[in-house]
Design a protein around this ligand. Structure first.
Ligand SMILES: [Zn+2]
Length: 536
């Protein structure tokens, strides 16, 4: 092998794997110059150098296979084409054949093409992988006579009366939540509940003023893009212009039934950008970037799954394997927290005739923040609402207790931050008469038992409150602030606000006390009355 070819071979695979890495970093608008980007890039490069070392010393046939492997891996990291190892093998063979004919120049050819791609990618403008803003001219000026509406969805916010006493001594946090909202002029429904256990059905029924049980009837067939939004439609008819701040999980801007959505800002829940400006150390940031990058590859995902299964088996046999090194950690709460300054400045400029709607994954999992909103140090160790190792059980009473302690700290942080923002903006002239709605979409979901038809016989009352009890608070100029302990579904509370501009007293108007219990596959959903533990 000529010396030039040997040298080029040594760096070729590293360059090929760094192309999608640089595109990934640019797409998420993360700084290419940060030390954590270099550290994560170093991991990618090191993997490439191992392959490159082989490419530099092996004979022709294995060289072609190694070059083809690095190409397949690079494609898998960049595109969503490869779904199985079989497809990867097919692509491997398919690319090895033409590479065989240029085997004498593999190192130089790969290095040259990859270097050109890197050099042309770096100067490109950063991508909108974290934040996308669309402004649409609806051609309809807002009606100045209408009071502004601020509508905040705080995902996974449990109802105050459902916070388990054993994790909230003397009801201190429940009391703080209620006081925060009452002091701001809200009526707080401490026993509100969602009919649904998951976000997509809960919020789609809510905005369609529906109490139904069909989980995805308001969505486009293959995505979480709403095709109907009776609420936005109705408000547009009344003369409101609509401003949306949403996640990339449920798309509220997509319905085409006549809503005047004028501005739609969509943020990515799982983006490394969320941690860029945080106080996390370089090493955890780099681990997060590298983990999220390799998570893009379906081959890596497959290998990780196998490794985990192997680790489980060996643990049962008394041998502890080290954890898979390239875990990503979830970013959704950090992304949402990073948006709060933007939320505050946008709320400060809301005018009469505007409906401002925001969906935030707070106080949702992962539990990344302590009660003072300081970030916990290591993203890969942040917990979620269930212990995956216990599958098919969600939690034991120990894992539930551990998670509730963390969740309630994050809930306290959320209450302080949202309360602070509302206090500031509601003091302004423009928002003094604003209607403000703040609510969750289901409970903490830190259940021991997953609510479904198969588990119905082992569900206790507390499984109902963990699953469904959710926060609901509304501030209307016509209603006095205070606490309401009636158990009412959020879709009925919300429909009353939209249709009657008031939540009636008494209970005759409440149509249904039920929650929806789903079954497997196409099984018809069952309805069961919402339950509250007797000791509250
Ligand atoms: Zn949710």
């Amino acid at each position: 092998m000529p010396i030039m070819e040997r040298r080029a071979s040594f760096v070729a695979c590293a360059l090929v794997l760094l192309v999608p890495f640089i595109i990934f970093v640019k797409h998420h608008d993360y700084s290419l110059l940060s030390p954590e980007t270099w550290l994560a890039g170093g991991v990618v490069g090191a993997l490439g150098l191992v392959l490159g070392g082989l490419l530099a010393v092996l004979p022709s046939a294995p060289r072609v296979l190694i070059a083809a492997s690095s190409l397949v891996l690079s494609v898998d990291l960049q595109m969503d084409w490869i779904e199985s190892e079989g497809q990867a093998a097919l692509l491997l063979v398919g690319s090895a054949v033409p590479l065989w004919f240029v085997r004498a120049r593999l190192g130089r050819g790969f290095s040259f093409v990859a270097a050109v791609m890197i050099a042309t990618t770096i100067p490109l403008a950063p991508g909108d992988g974290f934040l996308r803003e669309e402004v649409l001219d609806t051609g309809v000026p807002p009606s100045r006579a209408l009071p502004p509406i601020v509508h905040l969805v705080l995902d996974e916010h449990i109802a105050a009366d459902a916070i388990p006493m054993e994790f909230d001594p003397n009801g201190a946090l429940a009391g703080k939540i209620v006081r925060t909202y009452v002091d701001l002029g809200f009526q707080v429904y401490t026993r509100a509940f969602s009919r649904h256990f998951t976000t997509a059905p809960s919020l789609s029924h809510l905005v369609n003023l529906s109490s139904g049980e069909e989980s995805l009837e308001f969505y486009s067939p293959t995505t979480k893009a709403l095709r109907a939004n009776a609420y936005f439609n109705e408000m547009s008819k009344r003369g409101y212009r609509i401003d949306v701040l949403q996640t990339d999980y449920v798309d509220f801007c997509s319905s085409d039934d006549g809503a005047n959505v004028e501005r739609c800002v969509t943020y990515t829940l799982e983006s490394p950008k969320a941690i860029e400006d945080t106080a996390l150390g370089t090493l955890p940031k780099a681990r997060t970037i590298a983990g999220m990058y390799f998570q893009r590859s379906s081959l890596f995902k497959e290998w990780r799954k196998r490794y985990k299964a192997m680790a489980r088996r060996s643990r049962a046999a008394g041998l502890d394997l080290p954890a898979w090194p390239l875990r990503a950690g979830r970013m959704s709460t950090v992304s949402s927290m990073a948006l709060l300054p933007r939320l505050q400045s946008e709320l400060a400029s809301v005018q009469p005739g505007t409906l401002y709607f925001a969906h935030l994954l707070l106080p949702h999992y992962p539990y990344a923040f302590d009660r003072s909103c300081a970030m916990r140090p290591s993203p890969v160790e942040w917990l979620t609402y269930k212990d995956a190792a216990l599958r098919p059980t969600r939690n034991t009473s120990e894992s539930r207790a551990e998670r509730y302690a963390l969740y309630l700290e994050q809930l306290e942080c959320t209450t302080s931050r949202i309360g602070g923002i509302l206090q500031e903006v509601l003091a302004t002239e423009a928002l003094r008469d604003a209607i403000v709605i703040v609510h969750g979409d289901h409970g903490s979901r830190i259940n021991v038992t997953t609510p479904n038809q198969a588990n119905l016989h082992r569900m206790h009352d507390v499984d109902f409150t963990d699953a469904f009890a959710t926060h609901f608070a509304v501030r209307m100029p016509s209603a006095k602030p205070g606490v309401d302990t009636r158990s009412i579904a959020i879709d009925e509370l919300f429909s009353a606000i939209v249709r009657q501009a008031a939540i009636p007293d008494g209970s005759e108007w409440i149509a249904s006390p039920d929650v929806v219990i789903t079954g497997k596959g196409d099984a018809k959903a069952l309805r069961r009355p919402m339950a509250w533990p007797a000791d509250r």
